[in-house]
Design a protein around this ligand. Structure first.
Ligand code: ZN
Ligand code: ZN
Length: 280
């Protein structure tokens, strides 16, 4: 049976867990007719991601800095990251997006140990916002879509994106909020700003985000492996891999009571709309 080519919109193929058998993992994805976008979490990992993409057909890269890698010590200005190096990396032909980038307030110091900790948490937040701003700028400059990571900070992120939207009228690169964990109301705001949301294998574990997946327009949804994490059932004991996004698509189809082929076709169309540098 012919299948629609799916794009795993969020993978971490540079994770050392794939060092031993990356070729097998990529072959498996190819066999399942799945292309892959592998994301960098910092500059080194972004360089690895671009290298992996350049060595493998059907694999593409995104370059970014994960918000949880932003510390409180960094100076919140352009010296925060070597922006020139990122720009250079993101300009390589197989770099198709900016990410991951965003905000993650989940593991910030709690302040239980006093004022110094509260101050540190505030400093980390400020630095995350500043760093995110730099990547928004890079996305606009290179016209590359954003692959956003957001935990416990959706309202703040929506505000930053809305301001950015005001300043970038006519700009249409937009992007994806990955492993979406927000509410239906927040999802609708992302849609109105032109962003899609993507879901991982977690949805196959039952209950999780099922309401949202029933309500969201199918044209705003994407599937991702987030490998090596978030493995779908029935492989939950194993590391995740890009080929498993077929299972995520099948799960969306069953939640919405639609034929799998129809859902896969739409997910494929959506991904190509976001990743314009990936050919048909
Ligand atoms: Zn993430
Ligand atoms: Zn990730």
């Amino acid at each position: 049976m012919e299948t629609h080519r799916l794009i795993d919109t969020h993978a971490h193929l540079d994770d050392p867990i794939f060092d031993r058998d990356l070729e097998t993992v990529v072959d498996h994805a190819r066999h399942e007719n799945v292309s892959v976008v592998t994301l960098g979490c910092d500059y080194v990992s972004s360089t690895l991601a671009v290298g992996i993409a350049e060595r493998h057909e059907g694999v593409y890269a995104a370059v970014g800095l994960h918000p949880s890698k932003v510390t409180g010590d960094q100076i919140a200005d352009d010296k925060l990251i070597d922006f020139g190096a990122y720009r250079h990396l993101a300009s390589r032909p197989k770099a198709v997006a900016i990410g991951e980038t965003g905000l993650d307030y989940h593991d910030l110091p709690t302040g239980r140990r006093g004022g110094a900790e509260i101050e540190l948490a505030e400093r980390i937040k400020r630095n995350q916002v500043r760093t995110f701003g730099l990547f928004l700028q890079l996305s606009r400059e290179l016209r590359l879509p954003l692959l956003l990571h957001c935990r416990d900070a959706h309202d703040e992120m929506l505000k930053l994106l809305a301001d950015w939207d005001q300043a970038t009228k006519g700009f249409d690169s937009r992007g994806v909020v990955h492993c979406f964990s927000g509410t239906w109301k927040q999802a609708r705001k992302y849609f109105s700003l032109g962003f899609m949301i993507s879901v991982t294998g977690i949805i196959t574990h039952g209950g999780y985000q099922s309401e949202l997946l029933k309500k969201a327009p199918l044209s705003n949804l994407l599937a991702e492996s987030d490998c090596p994490f978030q493995t779908p059932t029935p492989w939950s004991q194993r590391r995740s891999e890009p080929a498993f996004v077929r299972q995520v698509a099948a799960n969306i189809a069953s939640l919405r009571r639609l034929p799998v082929a129809e859902v896969e076709k739409q997910l494929s169309t959506n991904a190509h709309r976001i990743f314009r540098r990936i050919g048909p």
